[in-house]
Ligand binder design. Structure first.
Ligand SMILES: NC(=O)c1ccc[n+]([C@@H]2O[C@H](COP(=O)([O-])OP(=O)(O)OC[C@H]3O[C@@H](n4cnc5c(N)ncnc54)[C@H](OP(=O)(O)O)[C@@H]3O)[C@@H](O)[C@H]2O)c1
Length: 207
């Protein structure tokens, strides 16, 4: 039976002005799971993360480290999806019921070929149900890894009791960096953020 799919499409490149709701279009179509290739997987979208790198993909920029979005096609970003069906020749090892993390189209359901599967990782099933799913896009996802790698690979050695300053401290990366600096490294942490509300959120998170 055909499956109804809802997608958010990117209309046209936006170079310098602010991106507005009119730049997106919600569209519906259908996919037929019976028509899947033997190495395809069918996934159901669970969560999407809206990240700063996406703004660069909205420009028609050849020099950007990611390909621009294709007008008329769904946007894509990091997200979580559940495998509903896996073809018999799926080489990635993904199976029905697995939760996957990585680059996903902004569609309620999608059939993903081998190339798209290569941009996905299996979420450790031992952690499922123990942590809220969005954690795998936040502290245990790319923002957490970015904060961890910045401290571990660049900022270390960090001595206990040192004073650390975090800019963009209420952002996805800054919130994790501040917690690691305070609780793992034992630093006194000072953060900056653009509004009083953000400062309050940052203080709650770093407490
Ligand atoms: N999220 C990821 O997985 C990831 C991965 C790799 C790299 N990065 C990079 O890490 C940085 C932070 O990412 P994020 O996900 O935490 O972004 P975010 O949640 O959008 O937070 C970024 C914050 O930076 C502040 N900011 C904006 N322009 C600034 C400027 N000119 N000077 C100082 N602060 C400024 C803003 O906070 P205020 O309004 O409070 O000042 C903004 O909310 C970005 O450069 C991003 O490209 C992120």
């Amino acid at each position: 039976m055909a499956l109804q799919v809802t997608s958010v499409l990117w209309k046209a490149h936006v170079e310098d002005r602010a991106v507005a709701a009119d730049d997106f279009q919600v569209a519906t179509n259908s996919i037929d799971p019976q028509a899947m290739g033997p190495s395809d997987i069918l996934v159901e979208l669970l969560y999407l993360s809206v990240d700063p790198y996406m703004r660069g993909m909205m420009r028609d920029s050849k020099g950007y480290y990611r390909q621009p979005f294709t007008p008329g096609e769904p946007l894509s970003s990091r997200g979580l999806a559940r495998v509903l069906r896996a073809g018999p020749d799926v080489g990635s090892g993904f199976e029905e019921g697995d939760v996957l993390s990585g680059m996903l189209p902004w569609s309620s359901h999608a059939v993903l070929n081998r190339r798209a599967q290569a941009a996905l990782q299996l979420v450790d099933s031992r952690l499922l149900g123990k942590l809220p799913l969005p954690t795998f896009l936040g502290a245990l996802g790319a923002p957490g890894m970015t904060a961890w790698a910045g401290l571990k690979r660049i900022a270390e050695p960090i001595k206990q009791g040192e004073v650390a300053f975090v800019s963009g401290a209420a952002g996805a990366v800054g919130l994790v960096a501040g917690q690691l600096l305070k609780h793992k490294y034992g630093c006194k942490v000072i953060g900056s953020a653009g509004s009083n509300e953000k400062v309050r959120g940052m203080q709650r998170c770093w407490h």
